[in-house]
Design a protein around this ligand. Structure first.
Ligand SMILES: Cc1cc2nc3c(=O)[nH]c(=O)nc-3n(C[C@H](O)[C@H](O)[C@H](O)COP(=O)(O)OP(=O)(O)OC[C@H]3O[C@@H](n4cnc5c(N)ncnc54)[C@H](O)[C@@H]3O)c2cc1C
Ligand SMILES: NC(=O)c1ccc[n+]([C@@H]2O[C@H](COP(=O)([O-])OP(=O)(O)OC[C@H]3O[C@@H](n4cnc5c(N)ncnc54)[C@H](O)[C@@H]3O)[C@@H](O)[C@H]2O)c1
Length: 447
């Protein structure tokens, strides 16, 4: 008889957990997985997927406006929030089923319950005791809550996909990915948007010039930004609106407050302390490059480790771990040079070193930029310029970073990220023939 119920038990059926469990099962392991909410995790249920559908849906506002300059007469256009919301939630349901089918077709036993650790090989899964040889913690992260008085009056990204109606005025706390993306979505849908950031800039980590371009375009579109403005309190007024007071004494009224202030690791009540599993100061689980915790048979991947909180990273970490543990193919994830995008209007995309980082770490740096108006924006008379930047190590001629803001930037960046990861030189980029007329051709035409 087997010593344990499972060879591998995964806590959390999100991006990292689902991938790791099905790959491990494919390698012949007996695998179980627990999910306390919905299969698919943050990305599928209340993150990347529904967010991107809102980005696409809201951008029609601009497209319909621009269509007139291309000869289209669209009379009586109107927007129905409930229609978009219900359709995207239905798509989330469809995807959840697809994820469940993936698990069952790969013989992964799904336990739809909360799992906690009792000892290094024993779990409590919805009141049932389950044992496993190896355990993966892939419990993700959760939205941070505002900690000022009345902070609980704010909604988070978990709630934003379920609104009964669109607000008229929204205040968004934060200045990262979620704040920027939802500022764009609400603004496109005609909502009055104010972003309130406690520090002096948004999108820290992104190249200064592309962030400045986004700020410029967003401000013209009517999004307001308040910097160095920590929240002092939030109060519900008699008319049901919220009154937000910042520590600078400024007062803002809104009918919705969205907190998008970072995502702490989902570790509460998991039983980490009793087992002595080491955590970082912010609670995230400490792991080595192979996703191993300090306990031999316990591993962690994805947001719960707070390395890079992105879906493709969680997926790769889960995949590498399963190949390493059960497939006889050990490999680790390279957390450097991870491409990323902010799905703002227009979007930003980035890979590798920013100009500032390159100047601080390399001897000499050559920077190439292209600042242009996309063809569609010219004819539509939309005064919105794209900006592409290539950062090159002057000593080797290698491309070490690429940064863009403009229509379809994330789609274009995926290809360019291969060049940066592969260490191609600027000369090799220059030797590539352009595809004309495109925006992407700017990449091979910068001199
Ligand atoms: C609004 C939003 C938009 C985003 N957009 C993007 C994007 O465009 N691109 C991108 O790359 N990333 C995006 N992200 C980030 C991305 O969603 C996460 O990085 C990714 O989902 C992390 O995967 P994970 O497997 O670590 O955790 P998750 O996908 O969060 O999965 C963890 C799962 O574990 C479950 N769980 C937790 N504790 C337990 C327990 N004790 N027992 C059982 N189950 C448990 C949770 O219910 C959850 O389903 C976005 C996130 C948000 C919030
Ligand atoms: N397009 C994407 O890939 C995408 C989209 C959404 C989320 N994500 C992932 O999810 C993670 C979480 O997103 P996020 O936007 O919540 O976090 P974030 O870490 O990107 O940004 C948090 C922001 O909130 C600010 N902040 C913190 N506390 C605050 C407070 N009390 N008041 C006002 N501002 C405050 C911070 O200065 C920072 O600018 C991201 O780090 C990212 O990895 C990715």
């Amino acid at each position: 008889m087997a010593k344990y119920d499972y060879d591998y038990f995964v806590i959390g059926a999100g991006s990292g957990g689902v991938r790791s469990s099905r790959i491990a099962s494919g390698h012949g392991a007996k695998v179980g997985i627990a999910e306390e909410h919905r299969v698919g995790g943050t990305c599928v249920i209340r993150g990347c997927v529904p967010k991107k559908l809102l980005v696409i849906g809201s951008h029609f506002a601009e497209d319909l406006e621009d269509a007139a300059r291309f000869g289209w007469n669209i009379e009586g256009k109107s927007f129905d929030w409930n229609c978009l919301r219900d359709n995207l939630l239905a798509d989330v349901d469809r995807l959840e089923e697809a994820y469940k089918n993936t698990l069952s077709s790969h013989d992964v036993a799904l336990h739809e319950a909360r799992a906690t650790l009792e000892d290094a090989h024993t779990l409590n899964v919805g009141g049932r005791t389950i044992t496993a040889d190896k355990i993966l913690i892939a419990t993700g992260s959760r939205p941070g809550q505002l900690d000022c008085p009345g902070g609980d009056l704010a909604i988070t990204s978990n709630d934003v996909f379920h609104l009964d109606r669109l607000p008229e005025r929204v205040v968004i706390a934060g200045g990262g990915y979620i704040a920027t993306e939802f500022a764009g979505i609400f603004n496109e849908l005609g909502v009055d948007v104010t972003v309130v950031q406690r520090s002096d800039r948004i999108l820290r980590g992104y190249d200064h010039s592309v962030v400045e371009r986004l700020m410029h375009i967003s401000t013209i579109k009517g999004i307001q930004f308040k910097y160095n403005s920590p929240f002092a309190k939030v109060e519900r007024q008699d008319d049901d609106n919220l009154l937000i007071t910042t520590e600078n004494g400024e007062e803002l009224e809104a009918d919705l407050l969205l907190a998008a202030i970072g995502r702490p690791a989902n570790v509460d009540g998991l039983g980490l302390e009793a087992l002595g599993i080491e955590q970082k100061r912010n609670g995230a689980i400490k792991v080595d490059e192979g996703s191993r915790t300090n306990i031999d048979n316990i591993f962690a991947v994805g947001d719960v480790t707070d390395r890079v909180q992105l879906t493709p990273v969680a997926i790769r970490e889960g995949h590498a771990l399963a190949d390493t543990l059960f497939g006889g193919k050990p490999w680790t994830v390279d957390h450097g040079c991870v491409p990323s995008a902010v799905f703002s209007h227009p979007p930003i995309a980035s890979v590798g070193l920013t100009e500032g980082e390159a100047r601080n770490t390399l001897g000499g740096v050559d920077v190439y930029t292209s600042d242009f108006r996309a063809m569609k924006n010219v004819l539509a008379d939309r005064n919105e310029r794209a900006l592409y930047k290539l950062v090159v190590d002057s000593a080797t001629g290698r491309l070490v970073g690429a940064h863009m803001i403009g229509p379809d930037a994330p789609e274009i960046m995926q290809g360019l990220a291969i060049a940066v990861k592969a260490g191609l030189t600027k000369q090799q980029i220059d030797e590539t023939v352009a595809i004309h007329p495109t925006m992407a051709e700017e990449i091979v035409l910068m001199r």
